[in-house]
Ligand binder design. Structure first.
Ligand SMILES: *Cc1c(COP(=O)(O)O)cnc(C)c1O
Length: 360
């Protein structure tokens, strides 16, 4: 058996220890006589799995008591609609910061429900920067401000949390949640698809401040109403039970690593190793402003795109896989979420140096 260093942007690597634990528990969880996959979501065994996952997430992220944690389906993409449906609360518009492909999709979906004020837009520079706080054209009457702290495709990450006064801040944290410590109380809603830094695909987590629940638009589908899930502890219908269980194992693993402070240190070190090499070389390039560079997704180009195929083939020989960049950006992208071991980054950096020596 050989596990590759998988640089996929999502679904992404999971910690080997987590998969091994799941393997041990695959046929029978505890002395339940069955696999987690076969359990009723309303039975006592599954309830304990679900509750301890939530408790561990609350502990790891320091989620205050006045926030609900919802375990949903539909991906972050469904949140693009759920956010306006639940948060407009009679207002006509919301502010959106447009900093990349994912913000753009959130904007397009929100336009179906409200007036979107694009309060910042970095598309002209090719989505390679983070707008400054001073440049945000926020509307004091907006229902909320939506932004994407980490743009997974462009590899652009905010180095600050936007200040929005009394207007709730909503963050699509799909590719940066759990990557470092953060202050949940600064946000109205945080949401994330699980498949990048939480667990397997199929689960979407929304962390919602309680006062924002209970005033959804009239025609909101029951399943798109935060209140439905908040009232039923995310058990209104059958939740993605196995993904929820796996996420719980990942939260325990993060605790064992020393929590988000430890994760943050490792993640910053991992990212710096790649950016340092890129900056010290004329062969590799990254177009993102230095203050906006992502710790989680590092896109880079080779001096000659004709060499991309050879680079990918050479990398694969060393077990470094899924490095091909997003089709809209080209080049390479190394996604280095929590589960990517530092040894994977070291192996990548070593290979990049060698490849440059041979082809630069
Ligand atoms: C992956 C991703 C999405 C889409 O997530 P789905 O769960 O596939 O809907 C949205 N936003 C960001 C920032 C992402 O990285």
């Amino acid at each position: 058996m050989a596990r590759s260093y998988n640089f996929s942007a999502g679904p992404a690597m999971l910690p080997t220890a987590v998969i091994e634990r799941a393997q041990q528990e695959m046929l029978e969880w505890g002395d339940s006589g069955m696999s987690v996959m076969e359990m009723s979501h309303r039975g006592k065994d599954y309830m304990s799995i679900a509750q301890s996952a939530e408790a561990n997430l609350r502990e790891v992220m320091g989620i205050p008591d006045n926030y609900k944690v919802l375990f949903l389906q539909g991906g972050a993409s469904s949140q693009f609609a759920m956010v306006p449906m639940n948060l407009l609360q009679g207002k006509s518009g919301a502010d959106y910061l447009n900093t990349g492909m994912w913000s753009k999709k959130a904007v397009a979906e929100a336009k179906r429900y409200c007036d979107v004020n694009v309060a910042a837009d970095t598309s002209e520079g090719g989505f390679c920067s983070v707008p400054t706080q001073e440049s945000l054209k926020l509307n004091a009457d907006a229902a909320y401000v939506h932004y994407t702290p980490n743009e997974t495709i462009g590899g652009v990450e905010f180095d600050y949390v936007p200040e929005t006064g009394d207007v709730p801040l909503v963050a699509d944290m799909s590719s940066t949640i759990l990557s470092r410590p953060m202050d949940v109380s600064k946000y109205g809603v945080i949401y994330a698809g699980a498949q990048k830094n939480i667990g397997p695909a199929g689960l979407t987590i929304a962390i919602v401040r309680e006062d924002l629940i209970g005033n959804a638009m009239e025609n909101t589908p029951v399943m798109f109403n935060y209140e439905t899930h908040a009232k039923s502890d995310s058990m209104y219908n059958t939740p993605p039970t196995y993904s929820w269980y796996m996420a719980g194992l990942v939260f325990e693993w993060i605790k064992e690593q020393g929590g988000l402070a430890a994760m943050g240190e490792i993640n910053q070190r991992k990212a710096n190793k790649i950016y340092e090499l890129i900056d010290s070389s004329d062969f590799y390039g990254n177009p993102v402003d230095k203050n906006g560079r992502s710790w989680m997704n590092v896109p880079f180009t080779l001096a000659d795109a004709e060499l991309d195929g050879a680079f990918l083939a050479g990398a694969a020989e060393r077990g470094l896989v899924t490095l091909k960049g997003h089709r809209s950006v080209g080049g390479m992208r190394a996604s280095i979420y929590n589960a990517m071991p530092e040894s994977g980054v070291d192996t990548l950096v070593e290979f990049m140096k060698e490849f440059e020596q041979q082809n630069g």
